[in-house]
Design a protein around this ligand. Structure first.
Ligand code: LLP
Length: 425
């Protein structure tokens, strides 16, 4: 860890200088890391296997600048709301590379998707199918769709980020009477072009077993619908969920650990069932952006409760990172201005919200610290900025992008007036 520097250097940038320049709390995102991950996607997937596509699950972290980076890398995006579509559109993102998800898209959102010509709708249920067909008819456009299937596979992750199990609010259940009816309906619809299926088993996975189990089920389904309702599957979207490192205990695998067995299983089954292999799509979110981000905080009050614990207060917490409170997520951090000092104390990092659950890190080893020191929390790129709130009327932090050691502000710090700006009385 210690590289001879007194300050924590993140992808070539001195984090203490960034904290001084932009203030704290501060999200710092490394464009270099994002590009490295996109390169790995190309090497391990897109260039290695033909008839494949990758889309970035933008719910993990979405800004117009992020859209531009991803687009330059030749990767599409997955969106789940009108706001995400709007962001992509405003960024000039090629809308044919946008996949529109969501278990309850509103009429307005569906209309926006049709008007902006999103490349694919992932249709979650029959109500949405009929709505989409009717709204597309009004605009005289044929929309390309996939059906989201609930494969009935449990994944070994937190219950709130597990999505593929039978009892799920997402997708069409794998029951022939429901699914075959849906496929028949879609094939008969004038403004719907059904291309295939989608599944997503869960998030922050370290094992490929859930994907493989879901694939076995989906490939069987593809064979059955080919035989029984004469539907030829042209696309299969296998979702995201590839895990990253938050703490030293996490042991993430390279993308190829997931991709190669997935592609092998698909190839084998297609040969066995005498099917043409559909186009395969992946949707990583966290895997692209998670480790690209850190959050910088300034340490304030230090509260030692003898024989119990020492609380270190920071100037952010739950509003900029709700994940520990929501999912008991673990994070790691360093005191960014004391990288050359020995770790002598174990402390608990407490956020500033009026909420006992606002604890960011438990039992973090730190050197002797003082108020004014800078704490860097690692792997905060995914689902932090995108899930941030104004709880306690706390303004959301800015986002600084770094590339080749050069920093640029991409989102400015929110002000108190920003927070009040929608009040009309
Ligand atoms: N595709 C679909 C259809 C999804 O629902 C998701 C995530 C992804 C792709 C991307 O998953 P990833 O590669 O990022 O694991 N807020 C939670 C995560 C919720 C994920 C929801 N769906 C968290 O902070 O852990």
């Amino acid at each position: 860890m210690f590289n001879g520097e007194k300050n924590f250097i993140f992808h070539g940038s001195d984090t203490v200088k960034l904290a001084n320049k932009y203030g704290t709390p501060l999200y710092v995102v490394s464009e270099d890391h994002i590009i490295d991950r996109c390169t790995e996607i190309k090497e391990s997937f897109l260039n290695k296997y033909e008839n494949t596509r990758a889309v970035y699950a933008s719910k993990a972290f979405l800004t117009k600048e992020m859209c531009k980076i991803v687009s330059r890398e030749g990767i599409g995006i997955d969106v789940v709301s009108g706001g995400e579509i709007y962001t992509a559109m405003k960024a000039g993102f090629p809308m044919e590379n946008v996949i529109f998800h969501g278990n309850n898209k509103t009429i307005d959102e569906i209309e926006l998707g049709i008007e902006t010509n999103v490349g694919r709708f992932v249709v979650d249920n029959l109500y949405e199918l009929e709505l989409l067909n009717a709204l597309a008819a009004e605009k005289n456009k044929v929309m390309n769709i996939l059906f989201r299937i609930t494969p009935g596979v449990d994944s070994y992750t937190h219950e709130y980020i597990s999505t593929g199990q039978v009892d799920s609010k997402f997708g069409i259940p794998l029951k022939e009477e429901i699914l075959f009816e849906a496929i028949n309906m879609a094939m008969d619809m004038e403004y719907i072009n059904l291309l295939g299926f989608h599944f997503h088993v869960g998030s922050q996975l370290f094992e490929n077993t859930s994907h493989l189990m879901a694939l076995d089920i989906l490939l069987e389904l593809i064979r059955n619908v080919g035989e029984k309702v004469e539907f030829e599957t042209k696309e299969l979207n296998v979702g995201g969920g590839f895990g990253i490192r938050y703490t030293k205990e996490d042991n993430p695998k390279p993308l190829s650990y997931f991709i190669d067995p997935i592609m092998e299983r698909i190839q084998d089954k297609c040969e066995e069932f005498n099917l043409e292999r559909p186009k395969i799509i992946i949707e990583p979110g966290r895997w692209i952006i998670g480790e690209a981000g850190i959050t910088l905080y300034t340490i304030g009050g230090i509260k030692e409760i003898p024989n119990v614990r020492t609380y270190i207060g920071i100037d952010g917490g739950l509003p900029d990172n709700p994940r520990p409170a929501l999912y008991r997520a673990s994070y790691d951090g360093v005191v960014a201005n004391r990288m050359d000092e020995e770790l002598v104390n174990k402390v608990t990092i407490a956020g500033k919200c009026c909420e006992s659950g606002d604890i960011l890190i438990r039992d973090l080893e730190v050197p002797e610290i003082e108020p004014g020191d800078i704490l860097a929390v690692k792997s905060t790129g995914a689902y932090n900025y995108s899930m941030a709130s104004n709880y306690n009327m706390i303004p959301r932090p800015p986002v600084v992008m770094i590339k080749d050691g050069v920093d640029r502000l991409v989102i400015r710090r929110e002000t108190y007036d920003d927070i009040l700006s929608r009040e009309v009385i």
